[in-house]
Design a binder for this molecule. Structure first.
Ligand code: AMP
Ligand code: ZN
Length: 476
């Protein structure tokens, strides 16, 4: 295929400007992208993963249209309290108590679980993944600078960011303060040390939670960082003083991203990130899916119920990232059936004919156009269906499908179809029966028969291996 032309009219809805805008990166052809990572005190639910799927599509789309992308993600393993307004218990500590493990054990376990879920959903691992606990000296440095510049104060032992020092605090929204605070402060008591009600903690020392497991020395006493400081600091550490795109779910807009901007720009002394990409929530019938609600849906649960996680990825791609999406098993059943049908149709294509470059160029342009149009993923999927109906040869279709799958990541040309799985099951039953027959022959000391069975299987492309745990087989 010929080199793809660089498409630089990539647009999406920028929460900061409240408009769909063309992305113009601070360095030509390169995008510095930051994603708020998971708080690793529990499994990610499929709502969290909706955000990560759509951010993955954003990153891959930017690469598709020709940008070089550096993507950084934090892992929150300290400092995120039950309420985003800095009250309640540290979520990590809550997880550790729940499972009678140490905080670091919990962090390790759920970080691995998160990346394993991402792999199942074909979500690419960001170029840099940084746990908050690896950056304590950098957080301390940033807080020192904020104190020196007069943007922070110490009260009751904690260090707070002083929001009254800013010209503008509510950068994201024209909503009233009251509206913004709904859901953030419910059922939690006010922190009397705060000078202004939106001030937030940069460093906790005199916390009322004496059993906080992770503590570090700091100029203000032994303690631990607040949640918001980690994303500012990790972003600046790996992407420098300017980043292009910052992403997260819509619940991160306030207070988390608002506070990130406040402290980053006060620290840097200039604007920080011009484009903010937010994914709307996955809801169930009872409302927003959340980890603190007892039962929540995980990728493993979907698998246990027999769903291919990629069908869930397709479910997400079929709706626009800015709209709330309601999950139901009925909807997922329909999507799974559609997905099976789609990959079956693709599996029937033959690599025949010469790739038609003119058809490829036209389709690639349409596909890039859909992605550049505020990440219109359902249109991108429609283009896949249009291609299947197109009057062109199999080689052209397959070549384009592989190309599109660099963004969609739906295993379009590699998924096992239902028929293939059935064949595998049939073969497995046959091989298992033959292995049992061979074991019986060996027991009878009929080695000629045992060898004959091995040869018979070899003729069908199955290789047997005798191990301490028994006989294992594989396809040659
Ligand atoms: P957390 O692990 O709670 O820090 O959240 C990880 C990411 O998931 C953040 O970007 C959240 O904004 C996002 N998120 C949380 N709940 C949902 C939901 N129900 N639907 C979509 N994204 C969500
Ligand atoms: Zn963050």
């Amino acid at each position: 295929m010929e080199e793809r032309k660089v498409e630089n009219r990539f647009q999406f809805y920028n929460t900061l400007s409240r408009k769909v805008e063309t992305v113009i990166p601070h360095e030509d052809g390169k995008i510095a992208m930051y994603t708020c990572g998971p708080t690793v005190y529990h499994y990610a639910h499929i709502g969290n993963l909706r955000s990560y799927i759509m951010e993955d599509v954003l990153e891959k789309s930017l690469r598709y249209v020709g940008y070089e992308v550096k993507r950084v993600m934090n892992v929150t393993d300290v400092g995120h309290l039950s309420s985003d307004a800095d009250t309640g218990e540290d979520k990590m500590l809550k997880g550790a108590k729940r499972e009678h493990k140490t905080v670091m054990e919990i962090a390790r376990f759920y970080t691995d679980a998160f990346f394993s879920d991402c792999e199942k959903l074909n979500i690419k691992r960001p170029d840099v993944v940084e746990p908050a606990t690896h950056c304590i000296p950098e957080f301390i440095h940033m807080i020192e600078v904020l104190l020196e510049k007069g943007y922070a104060y110490v009260a009751g032992g904690n260090v707070y960011f002083d929001t009254s020092k800013l010209d503008e605090y509510y950068v994201f929204s024209s909503q009233s303060e009251k509206e913004l605070l709904v859901g953030v402060r419910e059922d939690v008591e006010e922190d009397v040390n705060k000078r202004n009600k939106n001030d937030f903690v940069l460093w906790f020392t005199k916390s009322k939670f004496e059993d906080q497991a992770l503590k570090w020395e700091s100029p203000w006493g032994v303690g631990y960082p607040g949640w918001h400081i980690e994303c500012s600091c990790i972003g600046i550490k790996h992407l420098g003083e300017y980043m292009d795109i910052h992403c997260g779910g819509v619940d991160n807009i306030f207070p988390h991203h608002t506070n990130e901007i406040a402290q980053s720009e006060s620290y840097l002394g200039h604007p920080w990130c011009p484009y903010w990409f937010h994914v709307n929530h996955l809801n169930d019938k009872a409302g927003k899916m959340s980890k603190s609600k007892g039962d929540f849906l995980t990728v493993s649960l979907l698998e246990e119920k027999g769903y291919d996680p990629i069908a869930y990825r397709l479910f997400c791609l079929q709706s626009h990232y800015r709209k709330p999406l309601e999950f139901s098993f009925e909807a997922l059943d329909n999507m799974s059936a559609a997905y099976r049908k789609l990959v079956k149709r693709i599996a029937e294509l033959k690599e025949e004919g010469a790739v038609d470059e003119a058809v490829c160029a036209a389709y690639r342009e349409r596909f890039a156009g859909a992605l550049s149009d505020d990440l219109n993923t359902s249109m991108a999927v429609t283009i896949v269906y249009d291609l299947l109906k197109e009057e062109t040869n199999g080689a052209t279709k397959l070549s384009l499908l592989r190309d599109f799958d660099r963004v969609l990541s739906l295993n379009l040309t590699t998924a096992q179809t239902a028929e293939e799985t059935d064949v595998d099951e049939e073969l497995a039953a046959y091989v298992e029966a033959k292995i049992a027959e061979r074991a019986a022959a060996k027991k009878e000391k009929d080695f000629a028969r045992a060898d004959a069975i091995r040869d018979e299987l070899a003729a069908r492309g199955v290789v047997l291996k005798d191990t301490r745990e028994g006989v294992v087989w594989s396809r040659a």
